[in-house]
Design a binder for this molecule. Sequence first.
Ligand code: G6P
Ligand code: MG
Length: 218
Amino acid sequence: PIRGVIFDLDGVLTDTAEYHYRSWQRLADEEELPFDRDANEALRGVSRRESLMLIVGDRTYSEAQLHEMMERKNGYYVELIQTVSPHDLLPGALTLLEELRQAGIKTAIGSASKNARPVVEKLGIADQVDAIADGYSVEHPKPAPDLFLFAAQELGLDPGECVVFEDAAAGVEAALAAGMWAVGLGPEERVGAAHVVLPSLADMHWSAVQERVQQASH
Ligand code: G6P
Ligand code: MG
């Protein structure tokens, strides 16, 4: 049976994926590195360092330069999340969290972001989840399964009892590697590897999601 749900944060519960993109775009423009919204698709759910490596490509930078660029991007991002409020929860997110609590299903955040905790607090859902796994929790980022395994452990659940909601290919891969059920949010091209693919959380009730996941397991 399913006993827990782990939510990715950026692009799943709120649209901070857009803020990550704008921050990288600003940095790339300053550094005159080619980058656009299309190229950003590869960065979805990817750690800060790995994202920067994808942007710089085969250009050579010193560790100090890379570090400075990561700090600069993070500064832009932190600036953008200051105004995040409960209004920024994506449609369906709050209803689903409430339904899960009603159903006795445990919930966790599983985000690679070191900014996940402040974002969760600004969204006003810190008290609605049972655990938060973030960019400080494990060493190996998604697509490694470590972050989701850590979240399951925090909930006291086995991986097979958990469903993961993800908007990123790297995140779906991590959920599958962890032996969990994966629900992908977004286009097939991006999250098609998931057991269940949905356009978004809007109008999505837990009973329907559960049914879809159970069908996928037959
Ligand atoms: C999430 C986001 C990525 C971001 C990563 C690290 O996975 O989807 O876009 O690069 O977290 O976030 P951070 O806030 O620590 O730079
Ligand atoms: Mg995401």
